[in-house]
Design a protein around this ligand. Structure first.
Ligand SMILES: Cc1ncc(COP(=O)(O)O)c(C=O)c1O
Length: 375
């Protein structure tokens, strides 16, 4: 049996008529950039998030740096985040000219460990950028408390957790802005690149809206900005997919529960944990081998058996060749959890369109390896 890592085409076939009709609507409208479909999707997505403003941009990366710039963050400022995230989180901080300050990850969730943040705060610290890694919210209540004490901004990197919730908080409630990616592999993905900045703050909305369009609010009138717009075709595809996101997240949770039940007796690797009261949307289902030297063997065993498993992320940002490329960066304290995460993680196939047979096959092959290697 072959089990793919992504189900993009299956998902397309599942709602082909809705997607095709939205694409046709855009094509027939004659308006493809900053047109009516973008406006419509921004409103639909704001309603879904329960937030006032959505600015559609051309990637999740842009959403983060535009949010930081809209908050006035730049040269001489510092932003705190983690190294065991997708590269773009730090890249967006560096784009602004600010220093990326890295602290360790939580041993259970792999999101930022709030207990490590205060030691990294200096008079130059301006913001915390927590990542809702793998589909589970970071501990936003603890992060908000620290931000209030030290008067810091909070930008949520929500590329991986659309539809997730925390224990008594929702995404966007405890921050200045939420940044989302719509690249195809995300829980809500278009057939290409896309992103959005979501906020209740009208000033952030106004500045980001202007920045994404060459610093323009009015035809032919410009200040310094950039070209980062979500195209109407992508907005149409996302508009067709949005009504399904909760059902898809729920199906991801069903597969996650099936994995967890089937892999529960494993002794050579650990399973992901959902924190009490949190609603994890399992963008990724990550297991971690107990021994770092086991990771590549398990990965090979899975791929040899037709299972397209991957790693998110095997090389932490500070371990990338050439780091930090002349950019300003600081690591505060030892970061053993981030390093362990990078050295031991394996992502099993996870998407709503998997079948029970495929999930069971992945479980069987993973447990087969565990039986031989657990001692
Ligand atoms: C955690 C995280 N942050 C930021 C991004 C950047 O998003 P994009 O690829 O849309 O620029 C991604 C995904 O690609 C991500 O996973």
């Amino acid at each position: 049996m072959k089990v793919g890592f992504y189900g993009h085409v299956r998902q397309y076939h599942g709602i082909k008529r809705q997607i095709d009709s939205k694409i046709a609507e855009v094509l027939e409208s004659g308006e493809y950039v900053m047109g009516p479909m973008l406006k419509r999707f921004e409103k639909e997505f704001a309603d879904y998030c329960g937030m006032k403003h959505v600015v559609g941009v051309n990637s999740g990366t842009d959403a983060i740096w535009l949010a930081l710039i809209a908050l006035g963050i730049g040269e001489g400022d510092e932003c705190i985040t983690t190294t065991n995230t997708f590269f773009a989180t730090a890249e967006a901080i560096w784009f602004t000219g600010a220093t990326a300050v890295f602290v360790d990850a939580d041993p259970r969730t792999r999101c930022i460990d709030p207990a490590k943040i205060e030691a990294a705060i200096t008079p130059r610290t301006k913001a915390i950028v927590p990542v809702h890694l793998y589909g589970q919210c970071a501990d936003m209540k603890a992060i908000r408390k620290i931000a209030d004490t030290h008067k810091l901004r909070v930008i949520e990197d929500n590329a991986q957790a659309i539809g997730a919730r925390g224990n008594g908080f929702k995404i966007g409630e405890l921050s200045d802005a939420v940044c989302t990616s719509f690249i195809i592999q995300k829980n809500l993905g278009t057939f290409g690149d896309g992103g959005a900045l979501v906020t209740d703050n009208p000033e952030i909305d106004r500045i980001a809206r202007k920045l994404r369009n060459h610093g323009s609010e009015k035809r032919a009138v410009h200040s310094m900005g950039y070209n980062s717009r979500l195209d109407d075709i992508h907005a149409g595809i996302l508009s067709a997919k949005l009504p399904h996101i909760d059902e898809w997240n729920s199906q991801r949770r069903t597969w996650a529960q099936r994995y967890t039940k089937g892999l529960n007796d494993a002794r050579a690797f650990t399973l992901p944990c959902e924190m009490p009261g949190f609603y994890h949307v399992f963008h990724l289902y990550i297991i971690e081998t107990k021994k770092a030297e086991h990771r590549d063997f398990l990965l090979k065993h899975l791929t040899d058996n037709g299972i397209d498993a991957k790693c998110h992320y095997p090389i932490a940002i500070h371990q990338q060749e050439g780091y930090p490329w002349g950019k300003k960066a600081r690591i505060v304290g030892p970061i053993p959890e981030s390093q362990k995460n990078a050295a031991t993680c394996i992502s099993l196939p996870m998407y709503p369109e998997l079948t029970a047979e495929e999930v069971d096959y992945v479980i069987a092959k993973t447990m087969e390896w565990d039986k031989v290697n657990a001692q």
